[in-house]
Design a protein around this ligand. Structure first.
Ligand code: PLP
Length: 382
């Protein structure tokens, strides 16, 4: 019987029988494991860098079940998941189509590290298929988008991205960090691969750095072999923490969905606010797509203030409950200005063209009482 995601979060991937009856899978803090002398391929040896301790294996099975993928692989960070995936899929001469608004680290990898590797890329507007074909080259291998983009919260035209990839023989990759498997399951929507910064919602407690990639057995095997060589594997202790944190994912994300929508509505109604970027608002250009593709609108929103940078600085300094820190997806509300954190590497003109002004404030809504958050944020607006 197929279980619902709440049940999978608790039971999928758990070892059977339980190790020594332990209800919580213990940490196998061992770099290497005894062999019985049989002939083995290098990648089959039990060694923590090869991502095959009991902690890795349980987590892989749980993650795959959450998105309905065949297989999963955890990595030492979200960026390790992204870079290892791309390096496994590409060889010198290949070309990638990226959504024009991306997490800054992914964009910097493409803009700074692709050229010396003989790779190239172009940007597309993933919300509008009309311009995609003209960017296609005979060497294009991958189309890469984010479920909900960081930080302007656009929702890609996912069905068209998947269809375009199939038509042109590309591997479709989506960064599903912002949505989490609770709000969007890429494999069920036809994507070949989904990548995550597990640092964010999957773990949910702002206390570790981890990543994950999910997809077919064949693609995950290829990426796992690349990870074995690049070495960005997750430590068993971090696997344990991620395994523990993920069990409450559905509870956290549903509350964050509801709180972010309520906060977005309260901020949109405030006269000091010029614009709220949140796919759950009817005013969002992505609202119809969000309704079509997502089970929830997510816990991330961004606010442009009428007073620009000065007003944004004053707003941030007056917020008491939100902690001014980069990252997102934790139980605590976090606030940042993307122009000085995730997108600081981008020239201002390019940033502004994409709607990332100096005064844009991004809010990752935590699980505090939403009434307290609304009170705090509206007071901070003055
Ligand atoms: N993808 C998205 C959407 C992110 O927001 C981040 C980090 O903020 C990453 C990937 C990179 O993840 P990590 O910091 O775990 O390497």
């Amino acid at each position: 019987m197929a279980h619902r995601i709440d049940t999978k979060l608790i039971h999928a991937g758990e070892p059977s029988p339980r190790h020594q009856g332990a209800v919580s899978l213990p940490i196998y803090q061992s770099a290497t494991f005894e062999t019985t002398g049989e002939e083995k391929e290098y990648h089959e040896h039990r060694y923590a860098r090869l991502s095959n301790t009991p902690n890795h294996l349980a987590l892989h099975a749980k993650l795959a079940a959450l998105e309905g993928a065949e297989a999963a692989l955890v990595t030492a960070s979200g960026m390790a998941a992204i870079t290892t995936t791309l390096l496994a899929l590409l060889r010198a001469g290949d070309h990638v189509l990226f959504h024009e608004v991306l997490y800054g680290g992914t964009r910097d990898f493409a803009s700074r590290d692709f050229e010396p590797l003989g790779l190239s890329s172009d940007s597309i507007d993933a919300t509008d298929p009309s311009g995609w074909k003209e960017k296609l080259r005979p060497t294009t291998r991958v189309v890469y988008v984010e479920t909900i983009t960081n930080p302007t919260m656009q929702v890609a035209e996912h069905e068209a991205v998947v269809a375009f990839a199939r038509e042109h023989g590309l591997v479709s990759v989506v960064d599903n960090t912002f949505a989490s498997p609770v709000n969007f399951r890429p494999a069920e929507n036809g994507y070949d691969l989904s990548v995550h910064s597990a640092t964010k919602y999957l773990n949910g407690h702002s206390d570790l750095i981890a990543g994950a990639v999910l997809g077919s057995d064949a693609l995950i095997r290829k990426i796992a072999l690349k990870l074995d060589h690049l070495g960005g594997s997750l430590d068993p202790h971090a696997c344990f923490l991620l395994h523990r944190g993920i069990k409450t994912l559905a509870l956290r994300v549903r509350q964050q969905n509801a709180s972010a929508l309520a906060l977005a509505r309260a901020l949109e109604a405030h006269p000091a606010v010029e614009r709220v970027h949140y796919p759950g608002l009817e005013s969002s250009p992505s609202h119809q797509r969000a309704r079509r593709y997502l089970d929830g609108f997510g816990g991330m929103l961004a606010v442009s203030l009428a007073g620009g940078l000065e007003a944004a600085r004053a707003f941030c300094s007056r917020i008491r409950l939100g902690i001014f820190a980069p990252s997102l997806g934790g139980v605590e509300t976090l606030v940042t200005r993307p122009a000085e954190t995730s997108h600081s590497g981008m020239p201002r003109t390019q940033r502004e063209a994409l709607g990332i002004s100096d005064g844009l404030v991004r809010i990752s809504v935590g699980i505090e009482a939403v009434e307290d958050l609304i009170e705090d944020f509206t007071r901070a607006l003055g």
